[in-house]
Design a protein around this ligand. Structure first.
Ligand SMILES: C[S@@+](CC[C@H](N)C(=O)[O-])C[C@H]1O[C@@H](n2cnc3c(N)ncnc32)[C@H](O)[C@@H]1O
Length: 331
């Protein structure tokens, strides 16, 4: 997708037009970089569009609507025209999407685009990796864009490492680690279909896999099982959803993060690393730091790096807290 020069399609008023132009200008360096074809174009209030997040995934745009606001079709049509995108998909995001049933999700995220022609799947590029995006697949389309810098860090720090990727989703961290030269990357998720998607992501990057690289099941069970068997990893990633209920476990990030960290740490080899991610506005930075401390009461650890959402395409309104908290710990 190239930036279209014509701006004949305009939002309804000049204020929105100026805000849209400013949002695209802010991301100009990303737009010009063929290494990154997926990034955020509009980040809600911080870009002057309350309730609207607009993401670019190669030739399609995906709009996420918060706060029950209707789709601003004039802005979306202008963004489509100015960026030269083929289609715009719309997802309505309620406050706690992870608590919805599959049927409720489908209603909020229709499989066909609001504007343009449908694309079942597309490839996007990020930092030399390729990922499969399914824009009509539901509320999540295959890649969490705010983790771009963290994926780059995983790739840069996993040469020769045995990696465990918990809550793997489409295995983006597993792919990044394998591209970074990991000795192995074991991806655990409770959904078979996302693990299948993950396998396709490996194939898209020309990476060979073994059956045991994809573990179907509950992370909480598997962490206990690995620890009991004495199976250790040099780099363990935990990136849980804010809430999750499976047949075997019930997780709430505000209540249970410290316990998850403790279980994960039991699988980290001496001198290894633990990457803890929390994508949840309801968990403050202080509570996140407290969970790190509580989860590792007896194990010496150093927080070697921290991340929040990337500043360039996920700007924050002044005075607001980051929703994404990530810490890399050396144990
Ligand atoms: C926020 S996504 C993880 C994103 C992923 N780390 C990435 O970078 O793309 C959450 C994933 O956790 C999985 N999940 C939720 N609860 C789980 C559990 N108890 N055990 C295993 N997987 C779980 C879901 O199926 C989903 O794929």
């Amino acid at each position: 997708m190239t930036r279209a020069t014509s701006r004949t399609v305009q939002p309804a008023d000049t204020v929105k037009s100026d805000l849209l132009a400013r949002s695209l200008e802010r991301r100009a360096t990303l737009a010009q970089n063929p290494e990154h074809t997926a990034y955020r174009l509009i980040n809600r209030e911080a870009d002057g569009f309350p309730g609207l997040a607009l993401d670019r995934f190669g030739p399609v745009l995906v709009a996420n609507l918060y706060d029950g606001r209707p789709a601003p079709l004039d802005v979306l049509a202008a963004a489509q025209s100015w960026t030269g995108a083929e289609a715009v998909y719309v997802k309505e995001r309620p406050a706690q999407a992870s608590r919805l049933s599959a049927a409720q999700r489908e209603k909020l995220a229709p499989p066909t685009p609001a504007l343009g022609l449908a694309r079942t799947e597309i490839d996007v590029h990020e930092n030399g990796a390729t990922y499969e995006i399914r824009p009509g697949a539901g509320l999540s389309v295959g890649l969490f864009l705010d983790m771009r810098e963290v994926r780059a860090a995983v790739r840069a720090r996993t040469q020769g490492a045995r990696v465990l990727n918990c809550f793997a989703y489409t295995c983006a961290f597993g792919v990044a680690a394998t591209l970074g030269g990991a000795a192995e990357a074991v991806n655990v998720d409770v959904s078979q279909s996302v693990l299948g998607w993950g396998q396709r992501n490996y194939a898209r990057n020309g990476l060979e896999t073994r059956r045991e690289d994809f573990v179907f099941g509950d992370v909480f069970d598997w962490l206990v099982r690995f620890a009991r068997r004495g199976r250790q990893f040099d780099f363990v990633i935990v990136d849980p959803p804010p809430y999750a209920t499976t047949r075997h476990s019930r997780f709430s990030i505000t209540r249970d993060l410290a316990g998850l960290i403790a279980k994960a740490a039991a699988c980290v080899a001496p001198g290894g690393r633990l990457l803890v991610c929390a994508n949840a506005a309801e968990l403050s930075s202080a509570a996140f730091t407290q969970a790190l401390r509580e989860g590792l009461p007896e194990r010496r650890h150093v927080v070697s790096q921290r991340w929040n959402e990337p500043e360039l395409d996920f700007p924050r309104r002044p005075g607001t807290q980051p929703y994404l908290k990530v810490a890399l710990l050396s144990l």
